[in-house]
Ligand binder design. Structure first.
Ligand SMILES: C[S@@+](CC[C@H](N)C(=O)[O-])C[C@H]1O[C@@H](n2cnc3c(N)ncnc32)[C@H](O)[C@@H]1O
Length: 340
């Protein structure tokens, strides 16, 4: 086993063809696992058998109030509904090359895989080939799966606050033959017990789209908890967003209803600083590079089959409007930071 930094980059990394190859291998497995998981009753909340839940899922994005916690939000609504129209639970900037792809669904998926590649780039370039990478925010499994397939010796711990995501991840890892190198952990990053045994052990820690769920007064605390897992000099890699101007009143409501708080740029910087993290890379993507996401969000056969024609028609329209309202006052950033 070698501990040397990687001398060359994987062939499929950051290339459109390589990203397509990943989607060809990963998506059928991921989609089948999610379908089977919910068909078997999943965590006991089978949205397809509960008409009330289907509606609530769509309507939550219109800003209706709910009293769920973050894990309940994902369990009841996002895992399944969003997987039918998106690959991940996040958006990614579009490159000119991705924009030129004809199929809108493939464009969305490519923008997200490219986003994973871009966010994890310092780890892929510099972590030891057999190093330990920690992902905070398992989501719908695209992040850890992409990196585990690119780096055939690396070990990954993927942490999520939502238990179904971990179980779905475990099943996907089994199907892809990655179960010996990827472990899943259910826990809240704010609970010290979630990460105590990982303190100072990670060659990189990554979180994509996670910080918005940290309540505003706790952003720095969450960042510090992530940073504490790093080996000295190892990077914390973030893909996230801050707002450049105020949201509309409707969007404010919709964001609170989805338990998301986007900080202003200065507050984002301040939270990094308070967490004792120094940015070494802060790549900004203007809203325009992400906005195509809203246009590409559309119905799929999976959505129609599982939720019926009306939800399949309505839900992508609501999501698309939501994404437009979300992205216009925002910039997305890739941040690589090290502990002071
Ligand atoms: C918007 S999703 C992003 C998922 C994935 N990283 C992606 O890019 O698609 C947010 C993720 O953060 C996780 N999360 C939110 N708050 C958390 C917390 N306090 N502790 C651990 N995980 C948390 C959720 O379980 C979910 O997996």
């Amino acid at each position: 086993m070698t501990s040397d930094p990687r001398s060359h980059l994987p062939e499929d990394f950051l290339t459109l063809d390589g990203q397509k190859r990943f989607l060809d291998a990963f998506l059928p497995v991921r989609n089948q696992v999610i379908r089977d998981f919910y068909r078997d009753g999943g965590s006991g909340h089978d949205a397809s058998r509960s008409p009330g839940r289907k509606w609530r899922a769509a309507l939550r994005l219109l800003g209706t109030r709910g009293d769920e916690t973050v894990p309940e939000l994902y369990r009841l609504y996002y895992n399944r509904l969003f997987s039918a129209i998106w690959l991940a639970l996040n958006w990614g900037p579009y490159t000119p090359e991705i924009r030129a792809v004809a199929d809108p669904l493939l464009r969305i998926h490519l923008s997200q895989v490219n986003s994973v590649d871009t966010c994890w780039k310092p780890a892929v370039e510099s972590a030891p080939a057999d190093g330990l990478l920690v992902e905070v925010g398992t989501g719908l499994s695209d992040g850890w799966a992409r990196i585990a397939l690119l780096m055939p010796q690396v070990r990954i711990v993927s942490i999520t606050i939502e238990r179904d995501q971990a179980e779905i991840g475990r099943r996907i890892a089994g199907e892809l033959g990655l179960a010996d190198r990827v472990r899943f952990r259910v826990g809240d990053i704010f609970s010290p017990g979630t990460t105590r045994d990982l303190a100072g052990r990670a060659d990189a820690v990554t979180a994509m789209g996670v910080i918005p769920h940290f309540p505003p007064p706790r952003k720095a605390e969450g960042l510090r908890a992530m940073g504490a897992m790093l080996k000295p000099g190892a990077p914390l890699l973030l893909f996230d967003a801050y707002r450049t101007r105020s949201f509309s009143r409707f969007m404010d409501r919709a964001l609170i209803s989805s338990l998301s708080w986007y900080p202003a740029r200065a507050d984002f910087r301040k939270a990094l600083d308070e967490a004792g993290l120094s940015p070494v890379r802060f790549d900004i993507h203007q809203a325009e590079t992400c906005l195509q996401f809203a246009d590409d969000t559309r119905s799929t056969d999976v959505l129609r089959e599982e939720f019926g024609p009306f939800i399949a028609w309505l839900f992508p329209r609501i999501v698309s409007g939501f994404m437009r309202g979300l992205l216009k006052p925002q910039e997305s950033v890739y941040v690589s930071a090290v502990r002071d």
